[in-house]
Write a protein that binds this ligand. Structure first.
Ligand code: BYC
Length: 332
């Protein structure tokens, strides 16, 4: 442990191969013992980079994810629904901020992360490139999208990088309220008039497959999974989490009288889970590559927010400088 802390200040070029090997061995041993890796600990460069990639993309997803629902705050059908939606969308903004802060501990600045998002270098979850066209979509997003996010994020509470794991614990608590408010909206619609029930079914039809895509490509086509599992960044694979989501969600749909839009869905007694139809992977990659229904609109909204907020950032920095000057003068 002492060796690791003292070697942190050395740049890789200043270390001998033997020193690096010994650090790598100690690092792997710590991962095997399920110890958390903290920002000032020595870590392989690839571990640092892959965390910056996943964590910053996770942060971007939270922030871009405010857009489809934010659009419905002014049109929520009652005061109660409006207050809950407002709180949920604010929570997502907060999740983005914890995650940007946790990612900054790995040596990237927030401005660099925003730049990567705005220029399309960094991804964000494919799900947010689909529009929320009816109020029932707000139910489907909370129920399915937050439901999928919880399954993914509960696993990430046990991730090996300390700041990411701790951010996830807090985020999961908030996500469970989000999921419940979405399920409640869907339940009410499903118990309402035939038109309301049809709206809920239509939202489920449109959001089911994109929600399954949130878990990423199938394990055989996932270039990052094997290494991320070894480093305990990921605790379950994309397919394991997707299966868990299907098994959990099908009975919820049945309970409220809605039908999952998958004719191949069938309980498999032997595996103790559902067999399901093939995901349209062409659609998934099209959306990931920027050609989904709302990719351009989402990015335009984020870039506009960044540009329109410049005066606020400048004012905050000028205020902080003035405070600092005042403190220094008082100290003399
Ligand atoms: N969309 O090797 P793979 C929320 C990319 S928001 C877009 O399996 P990995 C909420 C992947 O990045 C919560 N891209 O990658 C907010 C990789 O490309 P790069 C969002 C995707 O990282 C508001 C390539 O495909 N949750 O809860 O091992 C309202 C190959 O994939 C997607 C997170 O961000 C996708 N769906 O596994 C409501 C969870 N899937 O980066 C709700 C954290 C894959 O090599 N992230 N790609 O260029 C993860 O758990 C993992 O990063 C993933 C992908 C499972 C998503």
């Amino acid at each position: 442990m002492l060796l690791i802390t003292s070697a942190y200040s050395l740049k890789p070029k200043q270390m001998s191969e033997a020193q690096i090997k010994s650090l790598e061995e100690e690092f792997e041993a710590r991962i095997a013992r399920d110890e958390k890796i903290e920002p000032k600990d020595w870590m392989p460069e690839k571990y640092r980079k892959t965390h910056i990639r996943q964590m910053s993309q996770h942060a971007h997803s939270e922030v871009v994810g405010m857009l489809p629902e934010g659009n419905w705050i002014t049109r929520a059908p009652s005061l109660r629904r409006k207050v809950a939606l407002l709180a949920k969308v604010q929570d997502e903004g907060g999740h983005g901020l914890y995650l940007y802060s946790a990612t900054e501990t790995l040596g990237i600045t927030r401005d660099e992360m925003y730049e990567q998002l705005h220029t399309g270098k960094a991804k964000y979850s494919s799900i947010f490139n689909y529009p929320a066209v009816t109020w029932a979509d707000i139910g489907a997003i909370g129920w399915l999208v937050d439901g999928a996010a919880i399954i993914n994020q509960v696993a990430l509470c046990g991730t090996s990088f300390g700041p990411y794991a701790r951010a996830m614990v807090r985020i999961c608590k908030e996500e469970s309220f989000h999921q419940r408010q979405g399920y409640e909206i869907t339940l009410k619609l499903a118990q309402g008039t035939p038109q309301q029930k049809a709206m809920a079914q239509d939202a489920l039809n449109r959001f089911w497959w994109p929600s399954l895509m949130m878990f990423g490509p199938a394990d055989d086509d996932s270039p990052n999974t094997a290494q991320s599992m070894k480093w305990k960044l990921k605790r379950k694979t994309n397919d394991e989490l997707r299966q868990q989501f299907i098994d959990q969600t099908v009975p919820q749909a049945e309970l409220i009288g809605l039908t999952i839009p998958d004719p191949d869905l069938k309980w498999n007694e032997k595996k103790g889970g559902y067999d399901s139809g093939e995901i349209d992977w062409d659609e998934f990659w099209q959306v990931v590559k920027g050609h989904g229904p709302c990719n351009k609109e989402r990015m335009k909204a984020r870039v506009n927010a960044w540009e329109n907020g410049e005066w606020v950032r400048d004012a905050a920095l000028a205020h902080a400088d003035r405070q600092q000057e005042r403190k220094e003068k008082q100290a003399v």
